[in-house]
Design a protein around this ligand. Structure first.
Ligand SMILES: [Zn+2]
Length: 220
């Protein structure tokens, strides 16, 4: 799952005004932000296999430290503790904000569950879970786009523009995300270098978070 993860970011920000959309963009991709560098240095593993799914040319065959449900819960708890005790030490509603950020981290596993082949472990090894939507490229795109549009729609409904920009930049961003996802799925050649994959994944995650942060500055 790629842009579909941001549905959770938009929805959580729609629910809780005091959380930053940009930070939620990082939270919802947090375990992927760890996974690619972990695979690069050998803590976890990724194997290139041509046409592994209709969408990917790689098999994420070992990733219990980032993509098991147990690890996802641990990362979410760590995120809660980091916000509660460090980043928001003197903020009055720190409990709610820390909890929403933690939910953002945890949401990744459940959105991945829709698309992954049954490779998401509960803990370490079997049993593994995944509905396998990645077997169908069009359905994958449709699911990602639908999730994103619904999440964004909820965000628009729950927030108001505080400037002229706030009225339209969010919509432009959604069009951009849909376009990038289309390019990624249908047009761009598949790389078989973990380094390039890591660089392109992390670069896009951080640029998208920066744009989300900017959009959120223009809505309340
Ligand atoms: Zn993932």
């Amino acid at each position: 799952m790629f842009i579909g993860h941001y549905a959770a970011a938009f929805a959580l920000r729609g629910k809780e005004k005091n959380v930053s959309l940009g930070s939620l963009f990082i939270a919802t991709q947090f375990v992927d932000i760890l996974y690619f560098p972990f695979a690069l240095v050998g803590i976890e593993h990724l194997k290139f296999e041509k046409n592994f799914t209709a969408v990917n040319n790689f098999n994420m065959d070992f990733f219990p430290f980032t993509h098991s449900l147990f690890a996802s819960i641990l990362w979410a708890v760590l995120c809660f503790l980091l916000y509660y005790y460090v980043l928001l030490k003197n903020t009055s509603n720190k409990k709610v904000i820390a909890f929403v950020m933690a939910l953002g981290v945890l949401s990744h596993w459940f959105t991945d569950y829709i698309v992954h082949l049954p490779d998401l472990p509960l803990f370490y090894g079997e049993p593994k879970f995944g509905l396998g939507l990645w077997k169908n490229k069009f359905l994958t795109y449709l699911m990602e786009a639908t999730l994103l549009i619904f999440g964004f729609g909820y965000y628009l409904e729950k927030t108001i523009a505080t400037s002229k920009k706030g009225k339209y930049i969010g919509r432009l961003f959604i069009i951009l995300l849909l376009f990038i996802s289309y390019l990624d799925l249908y047009i761009l050649p598949k790389s078989d270098s973990i380094l390039l994959l890591t660089i392109s994944a992390l670069t896009s995650y951080f640029i998208f978070a920066k744009i989300a942060y900017y959009i959120d500055k223009h809505r309340y």
